[in-house]
Ligand binder design. Structure first.
Ligand code: ZN
Length: 160
């Protein structure tokens, strides 16, 4: 495994729709392992392939709540419900945080690293993290959804 370089905004690769994954091989497994290592190295809760310069529909999410790492390949939103508003950040925007409203619950279908289809239901922060990463795969950045940017002192309140 190796830590990849994070693509910072602005960069065209962050703002274009990614391509479907059609080949599930060792190269894909290696990429997923690298994405995981990169996410951990930079203390993120999720990472999408375009954030390491690869325009493919691949994301990893791990919100460190004991539910483990979720690998999403070609994810599709099946349904959503409710609403939540909370602080959000992005490894491609170091030091930038803002309030974003998203659905509270989601049901997503995706493929795993072997190409097997699965569905996952998530709520609260996990739903937020999944939706943030899925947005990346469509070239949508969280800054387009921020209703209010957060100052450093407001953030400390959130974190504590
Ligand atoms: Zn992001």
């Amino acid at each position: 495994m190796s830590v990849r370089k994070i693509v910072l905004s602005p960069d065209p690769v962050l703002e274009q729709p990614c391509e479907e994954v059609t080949v599930f091989d060792k190269k894909l497994a290696k990429l997923l392992d690298d994405m995981y290592e990169t996410m951990i190295e930079f203390d993120g809760v999720g990472l999408a392939a375009p954030q390491i310069g690869i325009s493919k529909r691949i994301a990893v999410v791990d919100i460190d709540d004991g539910s483990g790492t979720i690998e999403l390949i070609n994810p599709v939103l099946l349904s959503n419900a409710g609403e939540q508003t909370g602080p959000e950040g992005c490894l491609s925007f170091p030091g930038l945080f803002g309030e974003v409203s998203r659905p509270y619950k989601v049901k997503v279908q995706a493929q795993n690293r072997r190409g097997k289809m699965f569905t996952i239901e998530a709520e609260d922060f996990m739903a937020r993290a999944i939706l943030h990463e899925m947005d990346h795969l469509d070239g949508v950045l969280f800054t387009s959804k921020v209703t209010r940017y957060l100052e450093e002192d407001e953030l400390e309140e959130v974190e504590s």
